[in-house]
Design a protein around this ligand. Structure first.
Ligand code: ZN
Length: 287
């Protein structure tokens, strides 16, 4: 049975890797198939959001990007890998529900998935993560580099370069406050979940007070959220959350994935992390 790209509703189907047989996978055009890998840890997101906030967002934005690409550029094939609920988030494991693996595990998972595909001749992989902790990204980037050293595969993780190059602040609708301080489960992520999953956002978010901390400051490195006095596990202003902003943020991520997938295929220049973040990443110990 060949892989069907469209279903009866005339609307393109999102191909899911776990639903395919090895025969169907072998028959895919290896030079024209782009895989999408959503990966983010289960991690506390304040008293008001589910621990799967990053994982659900990574999976949903990847799925939506594939739907758009199926219409925009149907000569390529896009395959969604199952979302991997793993990542490094040691700094908030003092809350139940946060599950952290080491950066090395992240690196090995990325390497294992990418190299398994690459060793069968596949050429393109997009990694979709919504978890921006630098210890997590260290694992992802190191896994990507290992694959690209060994195989002829092009890989891109587009969201962290967008995020750390302050593109959100440059492009977002004007709000009258600084959203760059919305570090974790604050305005941005609460808005996102209000748009995607309003039934998973606890009403209590409307009463949460604004709490700010610079989580990138060197003084903070190595400390857990509770050690920093973040008793509720969020940084920012969840009470301001707004589903319209959530829609903008969601679609912005989808667009970044769509553009990066096409740039990856067309061998155009890909977005890069700023130097400062690369330096911090390098200086972090493997843990
Ligand atoms: Zn998050």
């Amino acid at each position: 049975m060949k892989v069907k790209k469209s279903n009866s509703k005339n609307d393109m189907k999102v191909i899911q890797m776990d639903e395919l047989s090895w025969k169907q996978i072998e028959e895919l055009d290896k030079k024209k198939t782009i895989f999408f890998l959503p990966i983010s840890p289960l991690e506390e997101h304040g008293p008001h959001l589910p621990v799967g906030t990053d994982l659900l967002t990574a999976k949903d934005t990847a799925t939506e990007a594939i739907r758009i690409l199926n219409r925009k550029n149907p000569e390529l094939t896009y395959v969604l890998l199952p979302a991997v609920p793993l990542g490094y988030c040691k700094f908030n494991t003092d809350f139940p529900g946060s599950i952290s693996v080491s950066s090395k595990v992240v690196r090995d998972v990325i390497y294992s998935i990418g190299s398994s595909l690459a060793s069968h001749g596949f050429k393109y992989l997009i990694i979709c993560t919504y978890h921006m902790a630098i210890g997590h990204l260290k694992g992802i980037y190191s896994g990507m580099e290992r694959i690209m050293r060994k195989y002829d595969m092009r890989i891109c993780e587009p969201w962290s370069p967008y995020f750390y190059n302050d593109e959100v602040e440059k492009r977002e609708p004007k709000l009258g406050f600084d959203t760059s301080k919305e570090m974790h489960a604050g305005f941005r992520e609460t808005s996102l979940m209000k748009y995607q999953y309003p039934y998973l956002v606890d009403e209590s978010h409307k009463k949460l007070q604004n709490i700010y901390r610079d989580l990138q400051s060197p003084r903070v490195l190595g400390k857990t959220f509770k050690e920093l006095g973040l008793e509720d596990g969020y940084v920012g202003s969840p009470a301001r959350a707004d589903a319209d902003y959530g829609r903008w943020y969601f679609n912005e991520t989808v667009n970044v994935y769509v553009e990066s997938a096409l740039d990856l295929y067309e061998r155009k220049e890909l977005p890069e992390l700023p130097k400062k973040i690369k330096m911090i990443m390098k200086s972090l110990f493997w843990q």
